[in-house]
Write a protein that binds this ligand. Structure first.
Ligand code: FAD
Length: 393
């Protein structure tokens, strides 16, 4: 494995960092004023600037209007975009649209490509992915899926209850995971459907209030009441729901990690600046060994995070599904970011707790990193199964 970053990718990452620092970070001041974290006018304006700067959709191929970078090449670019929680939104590489575009790029038929993928790429619509359900439905264990699609002639009738579908409020369409064949193991009996959110039978019940809130489109509870969709609404093939979801979630877990290192790196920079300029007990804080160790531990863990992300991205780029490595990476990076933010707040004292710095907001947002797209315990279970298989006999 070659660890060097090609010079043109390094140059692009530097340009993205400058763009985020100059054009996006100033917009963080309004995060509390809008339920989506940014006003529609400011979002449109910053997206136009990103397009004009040649930074739009780094993850997509040029024929779709992206920059054509490989999964490995986007690692430093997504980290630079992730320096602000608004950064990926500005470049149209934020969750869940980024993962949904990836899935649609791989599996959409020509009509779905035209009607859904292309407007998503253009940034004129948004999307949501509806898999998780309240108890007793699918959560950590997606095989507990309850939402049911029943064939009726050449269409399907869907009934079910979902929640935490990120971005659903204001999204133009949903990707819905539902059981289509209850007579086979659920891995083979679930299907993905594309549905416009204004289709009769879709009820967006509420944005579930969460800590660290004000995310674009919220995290929504949704009910399906006899939602009728044609056969042509199926994404991929009937029965492929789990296989396709795996294709989406593997790279999407890594791209989460890439973006998360952006705020963690910025938190380290903020804490270091504070420690270098704040005096206590006749020394700058950065002169005290316990503060130095906190800075060092964060730098070490961030370095390890980047290497883990790079290696898993390299494996996926080379055709491996990197199931183990993705689980290791998602667990380690999510927990690292939480530790880095915690240390940064500790170093900055009361200022760290205040809203004068972005650390407290990120701290709230980062808690969910250890839960969504698989809680740490579930990823550890995946890793442990292989450890026991290889070394347990
Ligand atoms: C901010 C946010 C955004 C989200 N966005 C989306 C989205 O866009 N689309 C979507 O479909 N879902 C989304 N989710 C849902 C998310 O994917 C689920 O929360 C996650 O899969 C866990 O399911 P659960 O919350 O039902 O937890 P549960 O299944 O109830 O599990 C609760 C806890 O039990 C523990 N646990 C579970 N399994 C094991 C095990 N095997 N061993 C030990 N402990 C275990 C873990 O600590 C886990 O946190 C989002 C969630 C959040 C918080």
């Amino acid at each position: 494995m070659d660890f060097s970053t090609p010079s043109h990718i390094q140059a692009l990452a530097t340009r993205v960092r400058q763009f985020i620092d100059q054009e996006v970070i100033p917009l963080e001041a309004e995060v509390d004023q809008h339920e989506n974290g940014i006003s529609p006018q400011n979002l449109q304006a910053v997206r136009e600037k990103a397009r004009a700067a040649g930074l739009w959709c780094p993850q997509l191929p040029p024929e779709l209007g992206g920059l054509g970078l490989s999964l490995q090449e986007i690692v430093p670019v997504f980290e630079a975009a992730g320096r602000s929680l608004l950064g990926p939104l500005a470049l149209n590489c934020s969750a869940p649209d980024e993962g949904n575009m990836h899935l649609l790029h791989l599996y959409a038929n020509p009509d779905q490509r035209q009607n859904v993928l292309m407007p998503l790429v253009a940034g004129t619509i948004r999307s949501a992915f509806a898999m998780t359900e309240p108890s007793p439905g699918a959560g950590s264990d997606p095989t507990m899926l309850r939402t049911r699609a029943v064939r009726d002639g050449d269409s399907w009738i869907i009934n079910g209850h979902k929640w935490f579908a990120t971005g659903a409020d204001g999204a133009a369409f949903l990707i819905i995971m539902a059981v289509t064949n209850p007579d086979v193991p659920v891995h083979k009996g679930a299907t993905l459907f594309l549905a416009a959110t204004d289709t009769p039978g879709i009820e967006i019940v509420r944005r579930v209030p969460i800590m660290g809130g004000n995310d674009m489109g919220g995290h929504c509870e949704i009910r399906f009441h006899d939602l009728r969709l044609p056969d042509s609404a199926i994404l991929g093939q009937e029965g492929q729901g789990f296989a396709l979801t795996q294709k989406r979630l593997g790279p999407a877990r890594l791209t989460h990690c890439m973006r998360w290192t952006g705020i963690a790196q910025r938190a380290l920079e903020i804490a270091t600046q504070y420690a270098a300029h704040r005096e206590a007990f006749n020394s700058a804080l950065s002169g005290h060994q316990s503060v130095q160790w906190m800075l060092a531990d964060s730098a070490i863990e961030l370095h390890a995070s980047r290497l883990m992300i790079q290696q898993a991205a390299w494996l996926i780029s080379n055709g491996d599904d990197a199931r183990q490595e993705t689980s290791m990476c998602k667990t380690f990076v999510a927990e690292t970011v939480n530790r880095v933010l915690d240390r940064a707040i500790q170093i900055c004292g009361a200022t760290g707790i205040s809203r004068d710095l972005p650390l407290s907001r990120w701290y709230e947002a980062a808690r969910a990193f250890r839960i969504y797209d698989g809680p740490s315990e579930v990823h550890r279970m995946v890793v442990a199964r292989q450890v026991v298989k290889h070394y347990g006999s």
